[in-house]
Design a protein around this ligand. Structure first.
Ligand code: ADP
Length: 281
């Protein structure tokens, strides 16, 4: 079982990677696709006159401010545009794909963040109405039912709280929870960078694997949104996934390349201790 997460960052071309994913499924491998949609959300938010804004925590972590209107636009982009685009591409390539958000059927059960501290113009304010959270559990039984019926499942945020509120969650960490819940051997986190770079400005500074300096070295190098990918990789490994590859979604054979070790490979046996802290998306 393979779980592939395709990022939603700027510049990711879906065609080739979805093509390759379709080929893997047609060859008989069991695989689940998880995707993001952050760039499309930014574009749509601007077009609809509700531009994206961010929350900066006192420790400097930046995440999307998700008020009710933003959540609606988020759903339009993630569930409406990107999810249906991928399902259409897969179906056109002979794959019986079904696209769902983590809200549907309660696939991704999340806790909602309480009061969030945000630094605005040098002052710390408390935001209480943010609709964001983190996935706590996955209804893997439902996903398995779909797979047993021959469907290929394409999942995307939002997730849903116990009391039925849709929340924005980080798709990398949701993919990690999903991979662990489904007993996947491998998780690929593919985005617009080649992996975790020692220096984000230098594409030649790729950390190839956790064998080099342990997960600590990877954690230390990751800034901004890359932190969530590293946390996701560690969570997946702790959940029983043998290895996670943080790699590029670009190129003709991105999935084969990542499976062949192109990118940053995090091995489960290098990431057994608890990771410190966490970052919201
Ligand atoms: P996606 O939305 O496609 O899943 P993200 O934008 O969340 O991807 O994460 C990838 C981004 O993380 C890169 O585009 C880069 O700007 C940022 N980043 C921060 N630190 C690093 C690092 N050490 N190595 C690589 N990328 C990094």
């Amino acid at each position: 079982m393979l779980v592939v997460k395709i990022g939603g960052g700027k510049g990711i071309e879906l065609g080739p990677v979805v093509d390759e994913f379709a080929e893997i499924v047609r060859d008989g491998e069991r695989a689940v696709l998880v995707h993001g949609g952050s760039h499309e959300t930014d574009v749509l938010s601007a077009a609809l006159g509700h531009p994206a804004t961010t929350i900066t925590s006192p420790s400097g972590h930046v995440s999307r401010r998700t008020d009710r209107r933003t959540l609606e636009i988020f759903c339009m982009a993630y569930c409406g545009k990107v999810n249906k685009q991928i399902v259409e591409m897969l179906r056109a390539r002979g794959v019986d794909a079904v696209g769902l958000s983590g809200l549907d059927g309660g696939i991704w059960r999340a806790s909602r963040k309480g009061a969030i501290r945000s630094v605005e113009d040098g002052r710390t304010v408390i935001i209480r109405d943010d609709l964001s959270g983190r996935v706590e559990s996955v209804d893997d039984a439902f996903v398995r039912v779909l797979m047993e019926a021959g469907k290929t499942v394409v999942l995307t945020p939002p997730a849903v709280t116990e009391d039925g509120v849709a929340v924005n969650v980080d798709a990398d960490r949701a993919a990690a929870m999903t991979a662990a819940a489904l007993g996947a051997d491998e998780l690929l986190l593919l985005s617009n960078v080649s992996g975790v770079l020692r220096d984000v400005g230098d594409p030649g500074s790729l950390i190839e694997s956790s064998r080099e300096g342990g997960v600590e070295a990877i954690r230390a190098a990751a800034a901004g949104r890359m932190k969530n990918k590293v946390l996701a990789a560690e969570e997946a490994c702790r959940g029983g996934v043998s290895r996670v590859v943080i790699g590029s979604a670009g190129g003709e054979r991105a999935i084969a390349a990542a499976r062949g070790g192109a990118g940053t490979v995090v091995w489960a046996d290098d990431s057994l201790e608890e990771a410190p802290g966490e970052v919201a998306r």
